[in-house]
Design a protein around this ligand. Structure first.
Ligand code: UGA
Length: 429
């Protein structure tokens, strides 16, 4: 199949490389010339485990990046993977989805040969968009600018469930594939693109597919906030919440994953998607009390971490605090909505000296906090520290041992349950 992917960001690039791996011919449209060039030279502009290797296998063979939409009309299917950032009022900024739909429509109208322009084409939305977006923004724009009749073009919504750091693996081995389509023909074409993947396929309407993505992320976020709230109570009672959640998660109706209590969830998805779902519900006249509480619990966890620190070391002013982990989770250099951000902000407000270390994410955090100390190793950060805060679940932190002896005073607080030393204290255990 000939597939055009619109947007070479995280989802678009991973999807392009994986569709190429499934044997399709992929044209990736990325309007940023530098990114497009980098992709064509086999260098992914983002770090993602396994991505570079797969890209180098397919680039120049059945994968090519371009800055224009010329390939659209010769393709069977185009997939919109552009970003949907938060706007100031917590709703989503859908302008990139709108302009991609417009450009796509125009090139379906005037690109390629006569035969191409008459061939059936399916436009798929993969960007995470609020229910109604495909029908209210994408479909009208594509139909208007392409000049095609509704029966000459199909529409579908096919959300992604990729985790950063494991995106290639998640694409190739999904728990399920959701395909929402207006009609059977469009959905069948999308389904055939995944033919070589062994996974249940759920066919739905377009709005259901859009909502399935939000509901999935909101439920996972709720699981984490639930574990954190139980953890906060456990902490007061001297109970280890991880022992509790191990028992809770063994109930097959609940499941063990995403019950790791700690300093809360970050990243480019959960905080933004739950906030957008809350806004959507409110705009519809609902009061989403559960979803609002998921965010309240999450927003409070970093402050609890700093309060715990203060209860152990007193005044922050002049204290050296080692912050281990800056990425929003392990396996990525992404610091978006990282729980380390509010913690570092509070430490700086309290005039503490922050000595930070992360195996991958220092550069990203330096753009947010240019004037804290960035160390080359955990040992460097710990040397002379009055306290240590563990913010990210990097496996290398679980091996730290002798390094803690370098501290001025041994106050070790973990926001992720990682450490093996005995005298650590957890945020909620
Ligand atoms: C998440 C979802 O897991 C993906 O399915 C989804 O496709 C993606 O968002 C998206 O919408 O694009 P991701 O943001 O990469 O993926 O990260 P997760 O692995 O889900 O972790 C999110 C945050 O939750 C991290 O800060 C992590 O530390 C935290 N977390 C996770 C916990 O605090 N406890 C847990 O038990 C699990």
């Amino acid at each position: 199949m000939r597939i055009c992917v619109v947007g070479g960001g995280y989802v678009g690039l991973v999807s392009s490389v994986c569709f190429a791996e499934l044997g399709h011919f992929v044209n990736l449209i990325e309007i940023d010339e530098n990114k497009s060039k980098a992709i064509n030279s086999g260098m992914p502009p983002i770090y993602e485990n396994g991505l570079k290797d797969l890209l180098s296998v397919h680039v120049g063979r059945n994968l090519h990046a371009s800055t224009d939409y010329d390939g659209i009309s010769g393709s069977d299917m185009s997939i919109i993977c552009v970003g949907t950032p938060s706007s100031a009022d917590k709703r989503l900024d859908l302008s990139m989805v709108a302009s991609a739909s417009e450009s796509l429509g125009k090139s379906l109208n005037d690109g390629g040969s006569e035969k191409d322009r008459n061939a059936y084409h399916v436009v798929v939305v993969k960007s995470t968009v609020p229910p109604g977006t495909t029908e209210e923004i994408v479909i009208p724009a594509v139909l208007r600018y392409s000049g095609r009749k509704p029966d000459e073009i199909g529409f579908a919504m096919n959300p992604e469930f990729l985790r950063e750091g494991l995106a290639v693996q998640d694409f190739m081995n999904p728990d399920r594939i959701i395909i929402g389509s207006q009609d059977k023909r469009a959905g069948d074409l999308v389904e055939s693109a995944y033919q070589r993947i062994n996974s249940p396929i759920i066919r739905t309407g377009i709005k259901s597919a859009e909502m399935t993505k939000y509901a999935s992320n909101a439920f996972l976020a709720a699981k984490i906030s639930f574990a954190n709230e139980i953890g906060n109570v456990c902490k007061r009672l001297g109970i280890d919440v991880h022992e509790v959640m191990q028992g809770v998660g063994m109930d097959s109706r609940i499941g063990p994953r995403f019950l790791n209590a700690g300093v809360g969830f970050g990243g480019s998805c959960f905080p933004k998607d739950v906030a957008a779902l809350i806004k959507l519900a409110q705009d519809l006249g609902e009061d989403p009390v559960l979803l609002s509480s998921v965010m309240v619990v999450n927003d409070r966890q970093p402050a609890r971490m700093v309060e715990l620190l203060q209860s152990r070391i007193g005044e922050l002013e002049g204290k050296r605090v080692a912050v281990l982990g800056l990425a929003f989770k392990d396996g990525t250099d992404d610091v978006r909505e990282s729980r380390a951000i509010p913690v570092i902000r509070a430490l700086r407000e309290g005039r503490a000296h922050v000595a930070a270390y992360d195996p991958m994410a220092s550069e990203g955090m330096e753009r947010i906090f240019p004037d804290i100390e960035y160390c080359q190793s955990a040992a460097d950060a710990l040397r002379g520290a009055d306290a240590c805060l563990v913010m990210t679940e990097w496996p290398e932190f679980s091996k730290l041992d002798k390094e803690f002896e370098l501290m001025h005073s041994r106050i070790i607080i973990e926001g992720r349950r990682m450490l093996s030393c005995q005298d650590k204290e957890g945020i909620c255990w």
